[in-house]
Design a protein around this ligand. Structure first.
Ligand SMILES: [Zn+2]
Length: 404
């Protein structure tokens, strides 16, 4: 069941009682982490069995559901810690600094008409959180096909998870095959024997990465005498970079999905799982992998939410194979793929053709057929362009397609 977290700001900030609750919650989480480490348990149930009684004595007034939820947060922190230990890069023992709390849907009440949360603190004491509502948030509150999930409270905002039964993906009538590159998605759109090239640019993301990288370098030099400040500033720089890139990736994914939805397309993507980050100092290589992975994640998740079928294909040889005669070239070539049989095409577009063919041959794209001979080189459809995307509204979908 896909889940979507929607952020709400608070009308009058966080009431003081709720702030105390967050502090208690943090304390409970950190205590549970310590108890879990000592007893070597990570699951919520094990933690509950282990520590519930003791905790009850320490926090006699805390609402029981919140305590269980604190165990759950502690459990996931312990799991992450254990994974890091296994990989050999264990840091410090996990400790939650941030003030926040999580409540499952039984542990709070939401008045969906007025946007008011009723959060119990202890027996006989509730606190009301008034949410700031815009059209975007109202859409989720008013549509009762969205079930309420967990609530996460921070000092300045809350996040409510909405759940929806996943719509059944439609039967594709066309396919949108995309090869993921460092600065763009390049590919083909195949419908009824017609094949056109498509492109969705995200070169602005590389620019942002470069800029933040330079800034971090400068900061490190400038604050070389003060490692603590340097680390803090760099971390902030990293967070900003993350937000800016993620925002753009969402815009891009929305554009691709709207196009696919309108055309009833299956989206074909390469499976990036096998990709290993290349460890070298060269900036582009090192930095550019996570946005691409993240983009795939966003596309897949949004596709699930909207009922768009997505097919993942093993990308091996996709950039070296000739889609006409099937010959595999020895090495990667320049910008253009050239084959002895006379076929030549932009390398990225060629790769996407191969992805599409693999998807079709495995029966993963419905009953679609496709003939590389019918390929129209001269028509390029722009699915997304950062210039236009950046100017559109935060929640607007820039899904219009322009045929140039
Ligand atoms: Zn060939």
């Amino acid at each position: 069941m896909p889940v979507k977290g929607v952020v709400f700001c608070l009308e009058d900030g966080l009431p003081i009682e709720a702030r105390f609750l967050l502090e208690d919650f943090r304390l409970a989480v950190n205590n549970a982490i310590r108890a879990g480490l000592q007893a070597r348990v990570t699951s919520r149930n094990a933690l509950t069995r282990l520590a519930y009684k003791d905790f009850r004595k320490e926090y006699p007034k805390m609402y029981a559901q919140h305590l269980v939820s604190a165990f759950e947060v502690a459990g996931s922190a312990l799991k992450n810690h254990r994974r890091r230990v296994r990989k050999g890069n264990a840091g410090r023992v996990p400790y939650i600094r941030r003030l926040f709390m999580k409540a499952e849907n039984q542990a709070y009440k939401l008045d969906r008409a007025n946007g008011v949360i009723d959060l119990p603190i202890r027996a006989g004491c509730h606190v009301c959180l008034e949410l700031v509502l815009s059209d975007y948030q109202r859409r989720y509150l008013e549509d009762h096909s969205y079930a309420l999930g967990s609530l996460t409270v921070f000092t300045d905002r809350v996040i409510i998870a909405f759940r929806k039964g996943a719509p059944k993906p439609y039967v594709p009538e066309s396919a949108l095959s995309l090869d993921t590159n460092e600065r763009s998605l390049d590919g083909v759109f195949a419908k009824g024997g017609d094949v056109k090239t498509v492109k969705a640019e995200f070169s602005d993301i590389a620019t942002i990465q470069q800029r933040h990288h330079d800034r971090r370098k400068r900061l490190q030099k400038k604050k070389a005498h003060d490692r603590r400040t340097s680390r803090m500033l760099c971390r902030r720089e990293g967070r900003r970079e993350h937000h800016r890139i993620e925002y753009r990736l969402h815009q891009l994914a929305n554009a691709v999905l709207s196009f696919a939805e309108n055309q009833k397309s299956a989206i074909v993507l390469e499976d990036l799982k096998g990709f290993k980050p290349i460890r070298n100092k060269e900036l582009n290589r090192r930095l550019s992998l996570w946005p691409r992975r993240k983009l795939h994640q966003i596309i897949e998740y949004k596709a699930q939410w909207r009922g768009v079928p997505v097919v993942k294909v093993d990308p091996r040889y996709s950039s070296r194979t000739c889609p006409i005669c099937g010959r595999i070239q020895d090495s990667r070539m320049g910008a253009e793929f050239v084959c002895e049989c006379g076929w030549h095409l932009d390398r990225h577009i060629n790769a996407s053709l191969n992805l599409l063919q693999t998807a079709i041959s495995k029966g993963m794209a419905g009953g679609l057929r496709f003939n590389p001979g019918a390929f129209q080189h001269d028509v390029m459809m722009i699915l997304y362009d950062p210039e236009r995307g950046a100017r559109s509204e935060p929640n607007g979908t820039s899904g219009t397609c322009v045929v140039t």
